[in-house]
Design a protein around this ligand. Structure first.
Ligand code: ATP
Length: 221
């Protein structure tokens, strides 16, 4: 079932969320107090409105409480970010995601009930740093401070043209392989019979230290 979203604040962060949600066929209401920004998203979002989200009656008239998820993507204006998050939560929206500028801002957003607090700059920095450290991470996601998921390119010939069953990743490396991506971008869910071909990359989940160790092994030629 398609979910409905409202995104408040069309800076770089909010606008890329709106664009991606719209591109993936989701209903998205885009709200910003800046008319020029709203005009840019008129033809992208399902609806785009110029409104001051700090005005509770405006939020009510937009039917904010009927959306499955509301993203508060206001950054610089702390007062607006906090007040809007609080009001949307009071309207009993089930899932409210809010952008934080720093850890103090994040603590306040958590305290007033934001269901998910996002730190885009910090999270992207962590992700990029792991890609820099690793040999051949194509992409990297931190699941928790100790666990991660990485897309790793396979160069080591010992792993090419073998099934996942033969390679026994869980036993040898303490990680799970969830999918394989070919050089052309086709993704296959991993099963015991899946074969790793030349130039494939694998989607690996495990403890960060195990994922990083596997990265080293897969890089060897
Ligand atoms: P980014 O880093 O994503 O570009 P930012 O952290 O610089 O964003 P801001 O520019 O502060 O964030 O805010 C993002 C958007 O939120 C702006 O387009 C701004 O007009 C909008 N905004 C700020 N306050 C309100 C408000 N009260 N109601 C609606 N929109 C608002």
């Amino acid at each position: 079932m398609k979910k409905s979203f409202a995104v408040i604040g069309l800076g770089r962060f909010g606008s890329s969320i709106v664009t991606t949600l719209a591109e993936t066929g989701h209903e998205v209401l885009a709200i910003d107090s800046n008319e020029d920004r709203v005009n840019e998203y008129m033809n992208i979002a399902t609806h785009a409105v110029v409104a001051n989200a700090q005005d509770e009656s405006v939020l009510k008239s937009l039917g904010i409480r009927n959306f499955d998820t509301v993203v508060v993507a206001i950054g610089e204006n702390l007062q607006a970010s906090i007040l809007v998050t609080l009001m949307v939560k009071e309207m009993k929206v089930k899932s409210v995601w809010a952008k934080a500028l720093d850890s103090y801002h994040a603590r306040v957003l958590e305290k007033i009930g934001a269901d998910r607090v996002i730190h885009p700059e910090r999270d992207m920095g962590v992700r990029i740093a792991h890609s820099l450290i690793a040999n051949n991470f194509v992409d990297y996601f931190e699941i928790s401070p100790d666990f991660s998921m990485a897309e790793i390119k396979v160069f080591n010939p010992k792993f090419i043209n073998h099934t996942l069953q033969d390679l026994s990743f869980p036993k040898r490396f303490n990680v799970q392989i969830s999918a394989i991506k070919s050089a052309t971008g086709d993704v296959t869910i991993a099963t015991a019979d899946t074969i790793i071909h030349e130039r494939d990359s694998i989607l690996v989940v495990g403890k960060t230290q195990d994922v990083e160790y596997l990265d080293e092994i897969l890089y060897r030629v």
